[in-house]
Design a protein around this ligand. Sequence first.
Ligand SMILES: [Zn+2]
Length: 418
Amino acid sequence: MHRIRKIYCRTFQTAFKIALPFLPYRTPEIIGSVKGIPDILKEKKCSSVLIITDSVIRELGLTKRLEKALSDHDIPFFIYDKTVANPTTVNVAAALDLYHEHSCNAIIGFGGGSSMDCAKAVGARVAKPKQSLARMKGILKVHKKLPLLIAIPTTAGTGSETTLAAVITDADTRHKYAINDFPLIPRYAVLDPKVTISLPPSITATTGMDALTHAVEAFIGNSTTYGTRKNALMAVQLIFENIDTVYNDGKNVSARRNMLHASFYAGCAFTKSYVGYVHAVAHSLGGEYNVPHGLANAVILPFVLEAYGESIHKKLHKLAVAAGISKADTPVSESAAAFIQAIKDMKQRFHIGDHIPEIQDVDIPKLAHYADKEANPLYPVPVLMDKRKLEQFYYQLMDDTQIDDAQTDDSGKPQEQL
Ligand SMILES: [Zn+2]
């Protein structure tokens, strides 16, 4: 990266770091079961509640225990279950209509990141009825208290239950944008392992590795605080202790609970200390080819850690100790290498490869441009990389056959190098 741009990025990040202690972050209160929700609603004098979820979760019957708990306490509830994978403005408008139609005064986001994002956006529209979502795009545009917002994550990965962001796609233009403001942070996070029990092993693994990526990227960045470092270390420890158990024995309630807590702590870490180039590259692949977010992160994570080199060895050593891979007196470089190797081994156990087959080499400059735009100057990464440097990751993620295809003509002969 050019020297002037480096100075610009680091100055920008330092300004954010200085502002960090003065920003109104808050941590959602943890509730251990959906059965605890009626008491909260009564305490907050909420008489009618809107549950926002998706059709798969509804069909799997995951909302049943919550529905029963609410019925048992005579709390009227209404369910919007049409949330799609990238929630749209149409989803938000339809859920908002339901909210007003039944005079609701609380919102429960029940699902993965999408349902929680949709719930946050509905809350924002309730708080600011005259302002469109598009006009809340960016940072600090909501600025008003939302109705009571409760998040129930059904995967242990996104950490959305802790964050101030809602990502929404415009149904007409397909433009995807984020609304970021402190009132969007849910008041309560319900970490109920029973709603994650039916998650298949592959999604358990990739969402768990998404949480691992949140913790690692937050920890190795330059804008950490004592609290975010502590949260990231706790998350890494819990993930290494439990991820194989939940992968092999999905019904293990206590391991499922530990993974939900890990995801929550990792969310608390990255919401203040940000992520890094793993996420920037993963988001570009999600946008272009719909590569699932957790899978992309899991594939990319070791490559980016290796590219950061020696500058992060001390930090990786601390993560390795938390993960139970190294001892405090293990030489730092040995410990750092062991941590990266442990992630590679984890990928192998979960049958996650090293390549993203969808990548087309003609797309790489554009993808690297998106990643560069997302990460620089916002993410306080340990080593700054420009678009050209980021391109190397995409080439690394193409497998040999993709590269052969790109370099040979139909007859299989290598094309002339221009
Ligand atoms: Zn993520």
